[in-house]
Ligand binder design. Structure first.
Ligand code: AMP
Length: 502
């Protein structure tokens, strides 16, 4: 079993490439120089944050946290703070890597402001006493819940996410991290939520996690000001561009131009990401945390060739009855396929629901919550809707419909193997999909090993296997029986249930 903590300090290599001196590569796999220290404490993080990390059992920082947090916090003696462009995979601990330094600085500022206010008050009292006047009384604290005291939010930090689900996940992580901080308020701004509720929740927010569209709506209607933003984080920047947010990003960049720091996280340093960085960042330090081929070492990947759609459906059905499945995400290529497949699975008694961008936000939230609570076992999803889902009990990911882009394959399989667990990613492909499979293999620089289930072999010969060749067989993620061999043992397995709620 891979433990996230095992990637921590001692296993980190720092290697600055000559061609690109601004890029630092961190490889969790090849230690040459141990990084000394006892994790988060050595980074000098505020005690309130350390207490939250203890509660969360984050004992050691992950590689992206080891590199990004000190750089983000670095005091450049009067010069601007470091801007960071970080390439790291989902599941690497990147959320805490950007939240912790931002929260630390906001907390320090709050403490300094409190100290200055206390001093100013003490001076005022001393002056009054010195001239023989009665010491002034402190004005009564305004009731912050009173509607008359509600002012438009003026946050110090802004985290932008491409999807509502990711924004909600990041906001949840942020709330977990500020549980010991007094007066550091988090708000989440996403489309699909009623405006009055959102505006009420924005009240006094210090750190706002948002999707760009709704954020700009609220800014334009003056419910939110962005001129005090000091920290701007763009999470999953590659997806942000895929979803057409380039213009919104440019607008938000302009509205927050006085900020002191920008951090951008992306799966790759593709040229379009570098162009975006050049537009909105000041000579950022580049940090390559892991490459697609190094990522997801704890996730076994396997490929099943199928003759046609019906054959794929039979293979999926077979797999979903596997007793080792805790919860699973089945990826579909389109919203139509997603709905149809979820309905089909429900019809045959599986506890399955669909999740895609055309569903109302309320329904999406309820379905995700049902998955988190374990009331639903199978989520049939499209790429956009499934981004950012962090449910540790997802043991299997199935690629029923192949992703449009190779990067999405990496994001999909990253939904399993979370929080230090092992996972299994199963891809079904037809012969006509072989180009896409090659592209995925090229991107991940890994060969997808083909397997077969006895009785459900494809009639066409596998594109790669020479005739009569033994198919490659896999063990369980943590050793044990082979998947192909396990087929015979399945049966009662992952019990189909009554129609799912959600
Ligand atoms: P992320 O890449 O931010 O989505 O994080 C992936 C998972 O790792 C989440 O479930 C986090 O709660 C968890 N995580 C983040 N940092 C640590 C850490 N230092 N130690 C253990 N788990 C962590």
């Amino acid at each position: 079993m891979t433990d996230l903590n095992s990637h921590a300090l001692a296993d980190v290599v720092l290697d600055t490439t000559d061609e690109n001196p601004a890029t630092t590569t961190v490889s969790p796999a090849k230690p040459v120089a141990a990084v000394d220290g006892s994790g988060f404490v050595d980074m000098g993080l505020a005690p309130e944050l350390l207490a939250a990390l203890r509660d969360l059992s984050f004992t050691q920082p992950t590689p992206v946290q080891v590199r990004a947090i000190p750089l983000a916090l670095q005091d450049n003696a009067g010069k601007p703070a470091n801007d960071l462009l970080v390439s790291s995979q989902t599941g690497s601990g990147k959320t805490a890597a950007f939240l912790l330094p931002v929260m630390h600085t906001l907390l320090q500022q709050q403490k300094q402001q409190e100290k200055a206010e206390n001093k100013a008050w003490a001076d005022k009292v001393a002056q009054a006493v010195a001239i023989g006047e009665e010491a002034p009384k402190k004005p009564r604290r305004k009731n912050p819940t009173d509607i008359r005291h509600v002012k438009p939010a003026n946050p110090g930090a802004l985290i932008l996410c491409p999807t509502r689900e990711l924004a909600q996940q990041v906001a949840k992580d942020a709330i977990d991290l500020v549980r010991h901080c007094k007066g550091l308020r988090i708000a989440c701004v996403v489309g699909g939520m009623p405006y009055p509720l959102q505006i009420a929740r924005l009240h006094n927010a210090d750190l706002v996690v948002a999707t760009p569209g709704r954020l700009l709506d609220l800014q334009r209607s003056k419910q939110l000001h962005l001129d005090k933003v000091q920290f701007l984080v763009v999470d999953e920047a590659d997806r942000m561009l895929d979803l057409g947010f380039a213009e919104d990003l440019a607008d938000i960049h302009k509205l927050t131009e006085a900020r002191r720091q920008t951090m951008m996280f992306s799966a790759t340093f593709a040229p379009r990401i570098q162009q975006l960085a050049a537009r909105i960042m000041r000579t950022p330090q580049r940090l390559q945390v892991d490459s697609p081929q190094e990522a997801h070492a704890n996730i076994k990947q396997v490929l099943f060739w199928a003759d046609n759609q019906q054959h794929k459906r039979k293979l999926l059905d077979h797999w979903l009855r596997d007793t080792t499945i805790d919860q699973a995400i089945v990826f579909a290529s389109t919203q139509i396929e997603c709905d149809a497949l979820a309905e089909d699975l429900q019809q045959v008694g599986f506890s399955a629901v669909a999740l895609h961008g055309a569903l109302s936000q309320g329904l999406r939230n309820r379905r995700l919550q049902a998955l988190r609570d374990g009331r639903v076992q199978i989520l049939v999803a499209t790429d956009v809707a499934a981004r950012g889902i962090d449910v540790p009990s997802i043991s299997h990911v199935f690629n029923f419909g192949l992703p449009m882009k190779q990067e999405d394959y990496v994001h999909r399989i990253g939904r399993t193997g979370r929080a230090g667990r092992d996972g299994l990613a199963v891809t079904f492909a037809e012969w006509r999909d072989r180009r896409k499979i090659l592209d995925i293999e090229h991107f991940t620089q890994q060969t997808l090993r083909a397997d077969m289930i006895p009785g459900l072999e494809p009639t066409q010969r596998s594109p790669r296997a020479p005739s009569g060749a033994e198919p490659k067989r896999f063990g369980k993620p943590s050793g044990g029986r082979s998947y192909a061999g396990a087929a015979a043992k399945r049966g009662s397995g992952f019990k189909p249930r009554g129609p799912a709620r959600g």
